[in-house]
Design a protein. Structure first.
Length: 232
C-alpha cells in the first residue's frame, strides 16, 4: 500500500462529475488497484475513490505539477470513468507491505462455531470423524483435522464468512499436510472449506483447487449443543 499526504485538487468525470478544490488530503493506493482520497474529518468514508479494475498513471500537467490519472476499465465503446489528481505539494510518501489479512472476526462466533463442529463433524460431511482440533502446522493451526469414512485425512478450515483469503489459507495448509507420510497413507489430504456464508468467488477458487465447500447453520448447531448433556 502506498500512502501519500499531499496538497491536491481532485476531479472526477464519469456517470457524474465531482470536484475537490485544492487542500491537503491523504491519497491511498492499495495493492488491489483501488485509489482512495481521504480528508482529516467528516467521515470514515473516502471523499472520492476508484475501484479496480482501473489503470493508474503518474505524469506532469501543463504547468509542471505532478498529475495522477486513474481510469476505470470500461466496456467496448463506452467512455471510462476518470479520476484526475493534481498535486501541488507532497508532504509524505511511503509504501508498506501489509500481507494477507485474516479478515474480521466478531464476538467469538467463529470460535464457538469451531467448537460445535468439532463435536458434530458429521454435519460438515457424512462419515467425517474428528481427529484433533487446532492441528498445528509450521504456518499455523488447522481448525479441524478429521478422517472420512474411507480413512483419508481431511483438513477443515472454518470461517463465519468464507472469502478468497480463507481458501488461500487452507491451500497453504494442504500443501504442508500432504508432505507428511503419516497423513497420506490412505491418499492425499482433502480440504473442506466450511462457513456460514461462502462468497461466489471463494467457491469457484476452492472448487478449482479440489477443495470442497460446506455451508454450516450456526443456529442449528447451537440447537445440538444441549447444556444438560455437559458435565461442566
Amino acid at each position: 500500500m502506498r500512502l501519500v499526504v499531499a496538497t491536491c485538487q481532485v476531479d472526477y468525470a464519469g456517470r457524474l462529475t465531482a470536484h475537490l478544490p485544492m487542500a491537503t488530503r491523504v491519497l491511498m493506493l492499495k495493492a488491489d488497484g483501488s485509489v482512495l482520497i481521504h480528508s482529516d474529518g467528516g467521515s470514515y468514508k473516502p471523499l472520492n475513490w476508484m475501484s479496480p479494475p482501473c489503470y493508474f498513471t503518474e505524469g506532469v500537467a501543463d504547468d509542471g505539477r505532478t498529475e495522477w490519472t486513474v481510469e476505470a476499465k470500461a466496456s467496448k465503446g463506452a467512455t471510462p470513468d476518470q479520476l484526475r489528481i493534481l498535486i501541488d505539494e507532497i508532504h509524505h510518501d511511503s509504501s508498506h507491505e501489509l500481507g494477507i489479512d485474516p479478515g474480521l472476526q466478531k464476538d467469538g462466533v467463529e470460535k464457538h462455531l469451531q467448537e460445535l463442529l468439532a463435536e458434530h463433524p458429521e454435519t460438515i460431511a457424512t462419515g467425517l470423524t474428528l481427529v484433533r482440533r487446532e492441528f498445528m502446522t509450521a504456518i499455523g493451526p488447522v481448525d479441524l483435522m478429521c478422517r472420512d469414512a474411507t480413512g483419508i485425512s481431511v483438513a477443515v478450515e472454518i470461517k463465519r464468512r468464507g472469502e478468497i483469503d480463507g481458501v488461500e489459507q487452507l491451500t497453504r495448509y494442504l500443501e504442508l499436510l500432504n508432505r507428511d507420510p503419516l497423513l497420506t497413507i490412505k491418499g492425499p489430504v482433502r480440504g473442506i472449506f466450511a462457513a456460514q456464508e461462502i462468497k461466489p468467488q471463494a467457491r469457484v477458487l476452492a472448487e478449482d483447487r479440489g477443495i470442497s465447500c460446506a455451508l454450516v447453520d450456526y443456529d442449528a448447531l447451537r440447537g445440538l449443543d444441549n447444556a444438560e448433556d455437559r458435565l461442566f
